[in-house]
Design a protein around this ligand. Structure first.
Ligand code: DC
Length: 232
């Protein structure tokens, strides 16, 4: 059985960069589960499906193909044989993915998809999302909840996009982060939550390198004695 690391936390904490770097270092596969919700949101948007119509939203799920690229230590999402990536990273899709992820039926289907993916991975994987340690892999041998205060997250996001989007405003970004957190935390189904046995890392005053080192040391410690247990 492969070694699964669960990384959860709100948007903009740097958890994707940490997960990606750690997967490279350990020769694991990085699975961005938010991208799966985002790809479904993209399908909802392009097909003009009502995001509140659960059965129509669920009917789109079989179109999602998640492929593992072991050489690049990551997964790719294909919709009708096309890799989708940049299309997933806009404000509309951020919002829509958060909206559709509230539905229990959607989550159940995507839970199955994520566990099937884990079965296909040989060595180890870093699954990053909102409910990985609590719902998807509750028995993962390493669970990390990465967080940071909302102002720091908005500031990081603002610096990241301001060159490409000169009209971006820090206040708008902050508002949208606060709103998305609220939606993700307050939903009834698998809300964004730290697992009881998760290690919490607050990155507000940490560099990316410090968070990567801390994560690697938690994984290395756990790897010595827990390899091989089923993560759910
Ligand atoms: O990580 P992200 O910002 O790309 O995720 C987009 C949305 O998808 C997020 O607002 C909530 C949802 N999501 C979720 O409900 N569960 C996950 N495991 C990952 C993402």
């Amino acid at each position: 059985m492969k070694f699964i690391v669960a990384i959860d936390g709100p948007a903009g904490t740097g958890k994707s960069s940490v997960a990606r770097a750690v997967a490279q270092k350990l020769n694991f596969v990085y699975v961005d589960t938010g991208a799966i919700y985002r790809a479904l949101a993209l399908l909802v948007s392009t097909s003009n499906t009502d995001p509140e119509n659960i059965s129509e939203v669920c009917a789109l799920i079989p179109k999602l193909k998640v492929e593992i690229d072991t050489d690049q230590h990551r997964t790719f999402i294909k919709l009708e044989d096309q890799i989708v990536e940049k299309e997933l990273r806009c404000e509309l899709i951020s919002k829509l993915s958060s909206v559709i992820s509230r539905h229990q039926e959607v989550r159940e289907k995507l839970l199955e998809l994520q566990r099937n993916l884990a079965q296909e991975i040989n060595n180890g994987a870093i699954f990053e999302g909102r409910d990985i340690g609590t719902v998807v892999f509750p028995k993962a041998p390493v669970k990390i909840y990465i967080t940071a205060n909302s102002e720091t997250r908005a500031q990081r996001r603002f610096l990241e996009i301001k060159n490409n989007q000169p009209h971006a405003s820090y206040e708008d970004i902050l508002d949208s982060i606060v709103l998305r957190d609220m939606r993700d935390k307050s939903r009834t189904n698998a809300p964004m939550l730290e697992a009881q046995d998760a290690v919490i890392i607050d990155t507000s005053h940490m560099s990316l390198q410090e968070v990567i080192s801390k994560t690697l040391s938690l994984i290395q410690k756990a790897q010595t004695n827990k390899k091989g247990k089923k993560p759910w």
